[in-house]
Write a protein that binds this ligand. Structure first.
Ligand SMILES: [Zn+2]
Length: 166
């Protein structure tokens, strides 16, 4: 089933923060601090426990399972992030903030966003650079198969010739 990806607050560069954004940022900071306080108190995990957790999580999902998003964060920076491709928006639940890679603000809540494409797609620029090469692919395949057949026949003929020589 195709997911319809939402957008919010576009164009991202012109977005103005709202009262709700300030409130969400405060909440995210509080939640973050709460988690940090509890992590600081918890005993460190043993190597076995990490190993167990890695086993539970399984291997990472392939790139095609992710959707790329362009996000505007509370700090004003615009960053890219990936989310599971089944999510119609990138700011649901625990994913409503990012650590900003540009100014280091952590957490910085997502205030606006737009979908970019699948993580497994080549970046848009790359796609534009080589126009119209794929439509001929089936013909190329058929030709190479014909070439292989010809090569095969030539090799058989050569083998026959060698056998008769000895
Ligand atoms: Zn930032």
């Amino acid at each position: 089933m195709e997911v319809e990806y939402l957008r919010q607050g576009v164009p991202l560069a012109d977005y103005q923060l709202t009262k709700a954004d300030h409130r969400r940022q405060e909440e995210a900071v509080e939640a973050h601090e709460w988690v940090q306080r509890h992590l600081a108190k918890a005993p460190p995990w043993s190597e076995e426990r990490w190993e167990q957790m890695r086993g539970l999580l399984g291997s990472p999902s392939p790139a095609r399972e992710y959707q790329r998003w362009r996000l505007r964060l509370y700090c004003g920076h615009i960053v890219e992030a990936a989310r599971p491709r089944t999510a119609p928006r990138p700011d649901e639940g625990m994913c409503n903030n990012e650590a900003c890679s540009q100014c280091g603000l952590d957490p910085s809540v997502i205030v606006a966003f737009e979908p970019l494409g699948s993580l497994s797609d080549p970046p848009p620029k790359e796609r534009q650079q080589r126009p119209g090469r794929s439509p001929h692919k089936p013909r190329v395949d058929r030709r190479s198969r014909a070439e292989l057949a010809a090569e095969n026949a030539a090799l058989r003929a050569e083998l026959e010739a060698l056998r008769h020589q000895t």
